[in-house]
Design a protein around this ligand. Structure first.
Ligand SMILES: NC(=O)c1ccc[n+]([C@@H]2O[C@H](COP(=O)([O-])OP(=O)(O)OC[C@H]3O[C@@H](n4cnc5c(N)ncnc54)[C@H](OP(=O)(O)O)[C@@H]3O)[C@@H](O)[C@H]2O)c1
Length: 325
């Protein structure tokens, strides 16, 4: 058993409480894979688990103190060792996928959470895909049941999830309108949006356009306004909500949404993205065909993970934040 470097927190804290430390390297069981992490990314879920906010997040993250001490939830890297029951991978394979505690040199993961890295992507590009890509895919395909020819509005089109959602919706044959700030309009157009609304100049509901799907990663508009922008039987997919409610966070909006949409033909849908090896492979096909290209905003070294989280906290990320290990 050796040691490794990892980013660590002992109690719920802000990003400045993160420290780079030597900790025990994980030991793998028969069904696990030990991955030498080469790159990872920052996701909102890591921040919620680190800070323990909103309070309701502690039901999952640990009531009094955090259950996990190393942040990170997705990765790309090389297989270092495999358990005796692992059939799909061998040492040396390049992989990407999801794993708690990926902001470290090594992580242990079951084989159903990783897939071979897309051949045309660098390790860095692959590392930013899993959480945001799975969220965009599952939200559009499973919640919205998006079909070719439908019209979808993506609120937060320039963010981590949004940049994947724009490209996946286009790959599904939808007509895509993205909403972002002025500085990101060109980028959102470049990744395939047919139309882009700069929310600093126009509110999307002023467009008088109606959509089959409103895929909302921001949750900043009133739910009644969102409902009015949908076509009859359209679907509002709540991906994320505002960080304003200290106790309940987005849960307050879920309750309000279920009530508001209860008696209407439009639907309210929300979900928590799942780790799924078939979906990772589905994403890999989209990446290898060139239909989806990861957008990386900034890169940080593992030793600068504090700054990576602090940058994310500003809420202005265009695409994903990469952390190289
Ligand atoms: N349901 C799930 O399983 C799941 C999974 C992953 C994430 N999420 C949630 O999804 C949300 C988005 O995650 P993410 O990783 O995409 O976050 P992110 O990358 O941090 O999102 C940042 C983006 O938000 C945009 N934004 C901020 N204010 C906006 C506004 N008023 N209108 C339109 N866009 C605005 C920014 O665009 P500009 O800079 O152009 O303003 C920026 O590009 C989070 O709430 C997260 O918790 C949910």
């Amino acid at each position: 058993m050796g040691q490794m470097k990892a980013v660590v927190y002992d109690e719920y804290c802000s990003p400045d409480g993160l420290e780079l430390r030597a900790v025990e390297r994980p030991v793998i069981g028969d069904d696990a894979v030990l991955v030498r992490v080469m790159a990872a990314s920052v996701n909102p879920v890591d921040w919620h688990r680190l800070t323990g906010t909103p309070s309701i997040a502690r039901l999952e993250a640990g009531l009094r103190s955090p259950k996990r001490h190393i942040p990170g939830s997705d990765l790309a890297g090389r297989v270092e060792a495999i358990g005796s029951a692992v059939a799909g991978f061998k040492p040396g394979d390049e992989v990407f996928g999801t794993a708690e505690g990926s902001l470290a040199e090594y992580v242990a993961v079951t084989e159903d959470r990783i897939a071979h890295k897309p051949v045309n992507l660098s390790i860095e590009q692959a590392a930013v895909v899993p959480v945001a890509g799975l969220t965009a895919l599952q939200g559009l395909r499973d919640c919205a049941r998006l079909e070719a020819g439908q019209r979808v509005l993506i609120n937060g089109a320039s963010g981590g999830v949004g940049t994947f959602a724009v490209q996946i919706a286009k790959a599904f044959g939808a007509e895509v309108t993205g909403v972002c700030s002025g500085g990101n309009v060109e980028m959102v157009r470049a990744i395939g949006a047919d139309d882009v609304v700069d929310y600093t100049a126009t509110d999307f509901e002023e467009r008088e356009q109606h959509y089959d799907v409103l895929f909302d990663t921001v949750g900043n508009r009133r739910l009644s306004t969102c409902r009015r922008t949908l076509k009859p039987k359209g679907v509002y997919v709540m991906v994320g909500g505002p960080r304003t409610n200290r106790w309940l966070g987005p849960v307050a909006r879920v309750v309000a949404g279920r009530l508001l949409f209860a008696l209407t033909s439009e639907k309210f849908s929300t979900f928590v993205a799942k780790d799924d090896e078939d979906d990772l492979r589905f994403l890999r096909d989209l990446l290898e065909s060139g239909s989806v290209v990861p957008v990386i905003d900034r890169r940080y070294d593992l030793s600068d993970t504090q700054q990576a989280f602090q940058y994310w906290e500003r809420g202005r990320t265009s695409g994903k934040i990469l952390v190289t290990v």
